[in-house]
Design a protein. Structure first.
Length: 402
């Protein structure tokens, strides 16, 4: 099918990185609006992997690489979590030899290969005029590379960690916080029944927003985050104090997966890395639990305090989106179409200070978004700190360090 475009302009859309609730509503919003404006919409499957691996041959089976989106298809999917287009952590500009699609291996045989030329040819082959990638800083970082190659890009920010620069809100964050609060409250009965410390490991490789907001909302007594290396002895003392004050004799700490002991490093599951060079995190919650139990007797009249240790992980990633992650993706999708209708590209749709807006997409490549420890985190008490809430954004912490 050489160049499906006839008279109508064509929009491509993809989802990359981890799944979150809210992706399907975003795809629905883009598709419904685009079809009504006279565009065709192509869903690129499996993130950047789909457009990278397709064959430019009218007789080839590219059903695993893209599909034409219809109103009926996206209406049904738009009520669900996850992404019906599927996803991957593929970076076409850095493809290991083993991951090069079979039909391209004669052409790309280095240990690390840049398949961006194939991506550009494939986009042209499909006749895509505008591309809407939905993802975090990795997915959008590659979108910046394509934009610099001349592709008309309008990005939509998505990540449970809420750490895409330039925006106060990323799709998936609200549902993550909602689920974290719900599950934490459910586990209180077990922690209280056995008078234990409750240690919950939550998402957050470089940014601690997913630990900070539930703690601020009262779900936990303390939290430890990637932005501040914590003293485990101090944490043990504080949790023992919290437990003693609690009539049910338990206390709770949320541990960001990227949190680090003072003088230590991030804890990784193994040494393998994804396409963007990230090692798989895993285990900080286990280590914190071990150390808390080992040290707790000192603060409990010589008796060790047992632990309820739970990694929340995919429990907060799966399922249907909450209200915010149903409404914001709808707005983001329509914002993207607003820009496309004006032939504006190279932009990222955002929420800033309670208002929908857009910023240059290069912001994801030239800055970072993390918790401003000085402003929002009490390093002595290991919990959020706040003084005034007037004129703060919905989720309290702003996009950039203040």
């Amino acid at each position: 099918m050489a160049n499906i475009k006839k008279n109508n302009l064509v929009i491509g859309i993809l989802t990359g990185g981890g799944d979150v609730p809210g992706l399907n509503p975003a795809i629905r919003a883009v598709t419904i609006r685009a079809l009504r404006e006279g565009y065709k919409v192509i869903g690129l499957r499996r993130g950047w992997a789909g457009i990278m691996g397709m064959k430019r041959d009218k007789d080839a089976d590219n059903s695993n690489n893209f599909e034409i989106l219809t109103e009926g298809l996206v209406n049904k999917a738009g009520r669900t979590g996850g992404t019906f287009l599927h996803s991957s952590r593929t970076c076409p500009s850095r493809v290991p030899k083993a991951d090069v699609p079979p039909h391209l291996r004669e052409k790309y045989g280095d240990e690390m290969n840049n398949l961006t030329p194939e991506v550009l040819k494939n986009l042209d082959y499909l006749g895509i005029d505008y591309l809407i990638p939905i993802g975090g800083d990795d997915t959008l970082g590659y979108a910046v590379e394509l934009y610099r190659e001349g592709v008309k890009i309008v990005g939509i920010p998505k990540t449970m960690d809420n750490d895409v620069p330039g925006t106060d809100y990323c799709i998936g964050f609200s549902t993550c916080v909602t689920r974290t609060i719900e599950i934490t409250n459910d586990l209180r009965t077990t922690a209280g029944s056995h008078e234990r410390f409750l240690v919950l490991e939550v998402f957050g490789r470089y940014a601690g927003f997913t630990a900070m907001l539930p703690t601020m909302a009262g779900a936990a007594d303390r939290c430890v985050i990637p932005e501040h290396n914590f003293d485990i002895e101090k944490l043990t003392e504080l949790l023992a104090y919290d437990r003693f004050k609690n009539p049910s004799r338990y206390s709770i700490v949320l541990v960001s997966e990227g949190a680090m002991f003072k003088g230590g490093e991030m804890v990784f599951k193994d040494t393998t890395t994804d396409a963007y060079g990230h090692k798989k995190l895993g285990g900080i919650g286990d280590l914190v639990s071990e150390e808390l139990k080992k040290r707790s007797a000192k603060y409990n009249n010589g008796t060790s305090i047992n632990i309820v240790n739970q990694k929340l992980g995919y429990l907060v990633r799966g399922g249907s989106p909450d209200a915010i992650d149903s409404i914001v993706p709808m707005a983001y999708g329509n914002l993207a179409l607003d820009l496309i209708l004006q032939n504006v590209h190279g932009r990222l749709v955002v929420l800033k200070n309670g208002r929908y807006d857009n910023v240059p997409i290069e912001v994801v490549a030239r800055s970072s978004k993390i918790v401003d420890v000085r402003k929002h985190y009490n390093t002595e008490r290991l919990r959020p700190t706040y003084k005034r809430f007037s004129m703060k954004p919905l989720f309290i912490m702003t996009s950039e360090l203040e």
